[in-house]
Design a protein around this ligand. Structure first.
Ligand SMILES: Cc1cc2nc3c(=O)[nH]c(=O)nc-3n(C[C@H](O)[C@H](O)[C@H](O)COP(=O)(O)OP(=O)(O)OC[C@H]3O[C@@H](n4cnc5c(N)ncnc54)[C@H](O)[C@@H]3O)c2cc1C
Length: 473
């Protein structure tokens, strides 16, 4: 499909007004620039505006509005449904907004909205600070923060949205506003979980917390045939463990590396991701307790830079891979829930796929959701089923597997995850359920105030009756 050609000269005008490059179909960089993380998404925007300043964002948005072009906003490009691109519209890419300042005394980082987690972690770790970040380091900070923010640190420091202190936002009418406790507090509340519905964020202010720079982290590997008994033991261990113990129980395949015993290479295994957010010696004690319960077949845990821990899953999730996920809360990880999960995870058609059982609790529940648009239910677990595969011919089998896993887990699950994990194919009801009626009603009211024309609709859309429908993905 060829991109729609704008014959008005509007894009030429925009190109002149922007500091950053505007990439259109005739540019050699176009095909690279239109790509997003998920290889299943193949769309042809009219242009990609690589913004380097807030003024670039204002100009790009004004151009899109003047010519009624669909607007897709992009940070790291990780949206699974491909919300950060579109056909025939304008992609406003904030990836050029990369500044970071860390106020060590206040424990606050102020950053351009285009950073990836790898970039932010590198900057804050120079001061032994971090905020809960995504588990793949080239995920965008802004997309993840606005729509959830689950990561290895969440039991100790809560999810990312709970650390969001403020933002600079370009609203649908082109005005630039500050959302924080002293500025627009309603907007700040909405950004803590309302996703990309309220404007283009150009700068974030995040609370950062003491972490590392060395943490005791890594992975313990076990043969998959013991998954059921191991999951029961891990559940019983971690539900009583201090908040400093983070990580997860992962159904993955062992890499074909020399350090992996030959009989395990490329075979399905259980990997326990281990992180201790505290002194290394305390971490060793906690690890020794766990290893007494379940001695691993292979131990890859040691003192490591926190930034390396944050890259643990990078190689297994390469950009351009085909991808589909299902995520749900699991209030109680019963034996029956574990047996169902083991059976479903073992049926993954692709050896690249991962399922992670994530233990919750700790700070994320103590901080709570009173000041957030997000709802954080009182549940002990969530699962993250991530189908990854290279060939289009296998789409049906892999998407079908993830959907089948979610259906089998339904009796044990609370089907209302964070908005970032709701796909358009799951319908508006699941999104509303995730927020709960009260929060959704407030979000809808704020959406009417800040974006009455639903300019920002390529997202998990807060779309009350009468709004323009979400564009087909
Ligand atoms: C392999 C993989 C692993 C993941 N792991 C985790 C995880 O560990 N924890 C977790 O919480 N989530 C995880 N996610 C989900 C991830 O948080 C979301 O997909 C998130 O939206 C990605 O952010 P991004 O900036 O990279 O995405 P993009 O695709 O760039 O943006 C997604 C959406 O975010 C909004 N957005 C982005 N930038 C802006 C902006 N500047 N202003 C306003 N809105 C904006 C827009 O609505 C946009 O459509 C994972 C996803 C994948 C594919």
């Amino acid at each position: 499909m060829a991109p729609q050609v704008l014959e008005t000269g509007a894009l030429d005008d925009l190109r002149v007004r922007m500091t950053g490059p505007l990439v259109t179909a005739s540019d050699p960089a176009y095909h690279e620039a239109r790509r997003v993380f998920n290889g299943m998404i193949d769309r042809y925007p009219a242009a990609i505006a690589h913004c380097q300043t807030t003024d670039d964002v204002v100009a790009a948005l004004a151009c899109a509005r003047a010519h009624d072009l669909p607007v897709a906003v992009r940070c790291g490009g990780h949206s699974t449904p491909g919300f950060s691109t579109c056909d025939d519209g304008l992609v406003i890419d904030v990836g050029g907004l990369k500044h970071v300042e860390v106020d060590v005394e206040a424990g606050v980082a102020t950053l351009g909205a285009g950073l990836t987690w790898g970039e932010l972690d590198a900057a804050t770790q120079q001061h032994g600070l971090a905020v809960t970040g995504g588990r793949v380091s080239d995920t965008g900070v802004t997309g993840l923060t606005l729509g959830s923010g689950s990561g290895w640190l969440e039991r100790k420091y809560g999810i990312t949205a709970q650390s969001l202190l403020g933002a600079e936002v370009v609203l649908a009418d082109g005005s630039v506003v500050r959302a924080d406790a002293d500025g627009d507090a309603d907007l700040l509340w909405a950004l803590r979980g309302g996703g990309g519905n309220f404007g283009v964020v150009t700068e974030l202010t995040l609370k950062v917390h003491p972490v590392g720079p060395l943490v005791l982290g890594g992975m313990l590997a076990y043969p998959r045939e013991h998954a059921g008994e191991l999951a029961r033991a891990y559940r019983d261990y971690i539900e009583r463990a201090p908040d400093e113990v983070g990580g997860g129980f992962a159904f993955v395949s062992a890499p074909p590396e020399e350090f992996v015993p030959e009989e395990m290479r490329l075979k399905p295994i259980v990997g326990i991701v281990w992180v201790y957010v505290g002194p290394i010696d305390e971490g060793r004690e906690a690890l020794a307790q766990w290893k007494e319960i379940a001695p691993p077949a292979l131990e890859m845990v040691g003192p490591m830079p926190y930034v390396a821990l944050q890259q643990l899953l990078d190689a297994a999730s390469p950009r351009g891979i085909r991808e589909y996920f299902k995520v749900d809360w699991v209030p109680e990880l019963t034996d029956e829930a574990i047996d169902t999960m083991v059976e479903q995870a073992n049926a993954a058609p692709s050896p690249m796929s991962q399922v992670i059982l994530e233990p919750l609790g700790g700070a994320m529940h103590r901080i709570g959701d009173a000041d957030l648009a997000l709802r954080i239910p009182d549940v002990k677990w969530s699962y993250f089923c991530l189908g990854l595969w290279p060939d289009a011919a296998d789409d049906e089998a892999n998407v079908g597997w993830a959907r089948g896993l979610a259906a089998a887990m339904k009796p044990f699950a609370l089907s209302s995850p964070y908005p970032n994990f709701v796909s358009p194919d799951e319908g508006q009801a699941r999104l509303r359920e995730g927020y709960g009626e009260e929060k959704y009603a407030r979000l809808a009211e704020l959406k009417r105030r800040y974006d009455p024309d639903n300019v920002f609709r390529l997202n998990q859309n807060i779309a009350p009756a009468g709004y323009r429908p979400v564009a087909a993905s």
